[in-house]
Design a protein around this ligand. Sequence first.
Ligand code: UDP
Ligand code: MG
Length: 329
Amino acid sequence: MEQRQSGPRRIAYVLPVYNEAEGIDAFHAALVVATSTRPDLEFEFVYVDDGSRDASVERLIGLREQDPRVTMLQFSRNFGHQIAVTAGLDLIAETRTADAVIVMDTDLQDPPRVSVEMIERWEAGAEVVFAQRRTRKDTAFKRATAWGFYWVLDRMAAVEIPRNVGDFRLMDARVVAEISRYREHDRFLRGIVAHVGFRQEPLLFDRDERFAGETGYPLRKMLSFAASGILGFSTTPLKMISRLGYVISALSVLMALYALFVRLFRPEDSVPGWAFLGVGMFMLSGIQLVMMGVIGSYLGRVYVESQDRPLYTLAMVARESGRDGTHRG
Ligand code: UDP
Ligand code: MG
């Protein structure tokens, strides 16, 4: 929570890299140009190599030789983008070496100049500045699936997760410290950031096309990522089991009434045993679903407990000094 007393304020960039050898030099050059507009700040560029199979690591070592502000973490294998970002954030949280952190992709889809605008918003008081895509240069298919995903997420998630927002954002050091308290393995960082709170502001930007190489997020990874978003922030799918059970049980009651009606008023239409089988089938499957829902609600609680998230995050403590037991004369 404390501000560093003296010296320039420090900004750390957390930059996940997966098979970006072709574009990484151009990216770093663009980042250096953008950040050189702020000579009053100190920068650190933390590249996290997520087990690249190309020459990314050699390129990063090359960058480090030219620019001592470059830090590199290399994973032993591919752990995934969200984990790579987490490793960079952890490094900053543990060493407390920045006043703010900017997370961005290294394929030049997130323009470095936008990150400098984020710094200005942070200086004006924002604690999280997230880049929101005004336009996206993606295929119609990707746009449609993204839209559907956000539609579902909006309805299910317990916290509001902003739309069309990736992981390109600036976070104050306090926010980074909080995020590193969330240790769930299946990570959906943008949800965690929303969960943490603080003063969050959107910054509209136009997302560019990938500069070189190809996406590390094929459809398979996208789907499992979307599932992490929904399952990590909602137990609604479990609750839907019992809802379906109630609907089917209600249907069995309607069916019983219908069977009674046929029996009383149109006995010539009734087939022996029909009512028993029909109503029984609906009623039994209804009851089974309701019971599964009961198990589901316990499971939901076990799940939330096992995520073991912080119960709350304090933004400020205003209290008479000395009450914390540490006397100051
Ligand atoms: N990335 C990563 N690990 C992965 C996949 C991607 O660290 O397993 C990095 C990648 O180098 C890039 C960022 O995450 O900096 C976003 O990935 P990508 O551009 O492939 O995703 P898209 O923009 O297509 O959603
Ligand atoms: Mg990309």
